[in-house]
Ligand binder design. Structure first.
Ligand code: NOJ
Ligand code: NOJ
Length: 469
């Protein structure tokens, strides 16, 4: 049965299409951006003011240069953005957008090679750079070892597309970047680092899961490049990741073991360990089956637990009962702690992907103690423990439909927060959805694009990727 014969929400589909058309040209302004900025850098031990002229292939996290200053190239944000662009590329083939994407990718790959070669105190664990590629000297939460994993995944996505994504030279450099990142991870995986929210120093679920996926995929797809250490690190990571599960809490904890803050003092786990980044991690790692995958009952338990927390936490969600806006974690106080576009999109993406898997996949899928609450919430009624959903074709279809509807619900909740200019900041107010924190966050747009691609059934062919300003 084609998707279109689903009694899907047509109205949401066209709202998503309209937003994509407005969002991508805004995002494009952050790819190889133009605006210059003055920054303090250290030259011969002296703090000196210099003019930063963004390089081709750099990605600004946002155009904001203050409150907060996000006018930097973050490894994490840029890699995730490149991955969404690569997922979009086949859908826009033969159109001007495809050429814009390819041209940008060629620059991004070269810029990445340059960054890898620069001298930083934490090697490839450096978090972000000035947009001209110089080292950022400001105090920050360093190192963060998820960036190299995400960048390696971006390189593998690119290489998987062959010459549709880049010419021979671009692919040659992409392979070097990939190898350097995975070699780095093969020892850095053991080290503590800052989490993706840049708050605590320790071992984190998000970081570990994207590292695991990058290393396993690298060893599988590039056996001639791989070192034995890649696979050895992956074996360790699988074991470490399992320790994040808490039977008592019913979710994968954000961190495992002791964590500390900037001052080095031991602190309690962020948000009591309940954090939406578990869902981001599952999406970024492409596992479909088994532990830490899209269908892992424990991942779904974690999703339900975070979702139920946010349903009650934000006034905005009172009128958005179908699917709540999602923030980072309980007790978040960054800009007041509000829903994030990135995270609400990540939920839409998870539901869409699971819906597809139920319709198209053929592996058994049963109701367990861990996934029962999640499935019950999506379906609006409880299923029986042990029930094999796949065997009951009608139930699998019903659930697939319910999951897709709920994915649409997350999109609707988020689209209600977007103004007529299509802009997505980092956060939207938990009270009235006004934009909060960084404006035009590149990652907000790319996460939305990624969710839209996971939904499918949308027109992507007229999309433009030229900066509108
Ligand atoms: C704490 C915030 O939660 C985090 O997201 C931010 O990146 C750091 N502070 C640095 O400002
Ligand atoms: C703060 C977020 O916590 C972090 O994940 C992100 O990389 C930076 N902002 C830049 O967007």
């Amino acid at each position: 049965m084609p998707w279109s014969s689903f009694a899907g929400d047509e109205a949401i589909g066209s709202r998503v299409e309209a937003e994509l058309a407005r969002a991508l040209p805004r995002m494009a302004c952050n790819l190889s951006p133009r605006k210059e900025k003055t920054a303090l850098v250290r030259i011969d031990g002296q703090e000196t003011k210099v003019q930063i002229k963004p390089a081709a292939g750099s990605v600004s996290a946002s155009p904001n240069t203050d409150n907060p200053d996000y006018y930097f190239h973050w490894n994490r944000d840029s890699a995730l953005t490149v991955r969404s662009l690569l997922a979009l590329l086949p859908k826009v083939e033969g159109q001007p957008a495809a050429d814009s994407i390819r041209a940008f990718l060629a620059d991004f790959v070269r810029f990445s090679e340059k960054l890898q070669a620069s001298e930083t105190p934490y090697g490839l664990g450096e978090v972000r750079f000035n947009l001209d590629g110089s080292v950022d000297e400001s105090p920050w939460s360093r190192p963060q070892h998820d960036g190299p994993a995400l960048r390696a995944l971006a390189m593998m996505d690119l290489l998987a597309l062959g010459d549709a994504a880049g010419d021979g030279e671009t692919r040659r450099v992409a392979l070097l970047v990939l190898k350097a990142d995975l070699d780095h991870l093969s020892y850095a995986f053991e080290a503590k680092s800052y989490d993706l929210w840049e708050i605590s120093f320790g071992h984190h679920f998000f970081t570990r899961l994207v590292q695991l996926y990058a290393l396993e995929r690298g060893a599988r797809e590039w056996p001639r490049l791989a070192r034995r250490e890649w696979s050895k690190a992956a074996v360790s990571l699988r074991k470490d990741l399992a320790s994040h599960w808490s039977e008592a809490d019913g979710f994968y904890h954000f961190s495992a073991g002791k964590v500390s803050n900037w001052e080095g003092d031991e602190v309690r786990e962020v948000g009591g360990g309940r954090d939406a980044s578990a869902i981001l991690a599952v999406n970024s790692a492409g596992f479909t089956f088994g532990e830490f995958s899209l269908t892992d009952p424990r991942a779904l338990a974690s999703a339900a637990s975070v979702e139920e927390y946010f349903r009650g936490a934000y006034p905005w969600n009172r009128d958005h009962q179908r699917a709540p806006a999602i923030g980072r974690h309980p007790g978040d106080d960054y800009y007041g702690g509000n829903p994030w576009f990135v995270l609400t999109s990540a939920y839409a993406e998870l539901y869409y992907r699971l819906s597809h898997e139920l319709r198209e996949g053929d592996r058994p899928f049963a109701v367990t103690r861990d996934n029962r609450a999640f499935l019950g919430l999506a379906l609006g009624r409880q299923l029986f423990l042990g029930q094999d959903i796949r065997r009951d074709g009608a139930l699998a279809q019903e659930l697939a439909q319910a999951l897709r509807d709920k994915g649409d619900g997350f999109m609707a909740t988020m689209l209600d927060a977007v103004g007529s200019d299509g802009a997505m900041a980092e956060q939207f107010s938990k009270e009235d959805a006004k934009p909060i924190s960084a404006d035009d966050l590149t990652w907000s747009y790319s996460a939305f694009l990624s969710a839209a691609l996971a939904r499918g059934d949308l027109r992507m062919d007229g999309l433009k990727l030229d900066c509108a300003q």
